[in-house]
Design a protein. Structure first.
Ligand code: SF4
Length: 357
């Protein structure tokens, strides 16, 4: 596409963005702390969901210093439901680095920002361009979709070389307000040039320059190489109840969801009679066992297929390394990863029913 045409696209996008941008809490100012927290939260979660999490987080931890000093339990509780708990831990590590190495001031060069834990090219470019007006291009799924459609390009957007080429081409047309330009492309992708369903071409500010609109093939773009199905692991979740308390335990300090709270579980899916056999062979005395819900949780690289059982215990003498928590503690004090949330809901209901009985 020629330079004159590209300049027209840039100007049309900027004009449209200034008039139509959504009023989001992290857009009120250009504070890098605010932009950083919102970008990390937005990595896997929709804007509508992030707004309430973001406001609660900033309300509780209003500064980089408060994040650096916060207890891990409080941090994870604020993050509960967003998943990917290592992101929350990396936020704190980064806050501590900024306090110790940058006198509490967010670094203002792209490579210093990129060197911080949990910050990749996309987030570093977003912070650098929005907060420090540095000419860096943010290339995410939204931007790639818009770019491929405008240029009627069938290259695989999961290919790193393609992504890098798009970044270079965007850098070559980057205007003097890079933050607004990057956000205009992302905003267009989120609100007009939609990922699922039909894009709203009739109200698109760059319709006149869009080759996919002219050809009518926008639904074929962008092209993505299809990944293989994710491997599945199977688990049986034991929801142990004793005197209106439920057992939770810490995960190991390595691997997925490290050091987070969970319900007791073992690998493989067990039938009701296998669960009873397991309890008896481990000398765990129970009053009754009933099958509860099954749930499959999808992570980035794997799936967990889980079945659960509610087990009312007669004695807890042969159960070790667990914490016994009541309803209030389970709801307010301990953060459980999303993978265990459906079981938490079940056990909360069970504890409430026990209370009423
Ligand atoms: S005209 Fe349609 S396909 Fe082209 S960029 Fe706009 S919304 Fe996307």
């Amino acid at each position: 596409m020629g330079d004159a045409k590209m300049n027209k696209i840039v100007n049309s996008l900027l004009e449209w963005y200034i008039k139509n941008k959504r009023l989001l809490p992290w857009r009120v100012d250009k504070n890098p702390y605010h932009v950083w927290i919102s970008e990390i939260m937005l990595q896997q979660t929709k804007i509508e969901t992030v707004i309430s999490y973001y406001c609660r987080f900033i309300n509780e931890l209003p500064t980089i210093a408060s994040l650096a000093d916060c207890s891990e339990d409080k941090l994870l509780k604020l993050w509960e439901g967003l998943g990917y708990y290592n992101r929350a831990r990396n936020l704190q590590k980064t806050a501590q680095i900024i306090m110790n190495q940058y006198d509490g001031q967010f670094p203002n060069s792209y490579f210093e920002i990129l060197s911080l834990p949990g910050i990749g090219e996309y987030t570093a470019s977003a912070i650098a361009s929005i907060c420090f007006s540095l000419k860096e291009a943010t290339v995410d799924g939204n931007v790639l979709r818009v770019y491929m459609r405008i240029n009627n390009c069938y290259d695989d957007i999961n290919n790193v070389k393609v992504k890098s080429r798009v970044r270079n081409e965007l850098l070559s047309i980057m205007p003097d307000n890079p933050g607004d330009f990057n956000q205009s492309l992302m905003e267009l992708g989120e609100t007009i040039c939609l990922p699922n369903g039909i894009p709203k071409c009739l109200i698109c500010p760059i319709r006149d320059y869009c080759q996919a609109f002219q050809k009518g093939n926008y639904l074929e773009l962008p092209v993505k190489y299809i990944k293989k199905d994710k491997p599945t692991e199977f688990y049986t979740i034991f929801l142990f109840l004793y005197h209106k308390k439920v057992a939770i335990c810490r995960r190991k300090n390595v691997g997925l969801l490290q050091n987070l709270w969970q319900f007791f579980n073992i690998s493989n899916k067990m039938s009701l009679s296998q669960v009873k056999d397991y309890l008896e062979s481990n000398h765990i005395l129970f009053c009754d066992v009933k099958k509860s819900i099954s749930y499959t949780h999808i992570f980035t690289h794997k799936k967990w297929n889980m079945v659960s059982y509610i087990i009312n215990l007669e004695s807890i003498s042969n159960i070790s390394d667990v914490q016994w928590v009541n309803l209030v503690e389970l709801e307010e004090k301990y953060a459980l990863p999303s993978a265990f949330q459906p079981f938490k809901k079940v056990i909360v209901e069970e504890l409430k029913n026990n209370d009423e009985a």
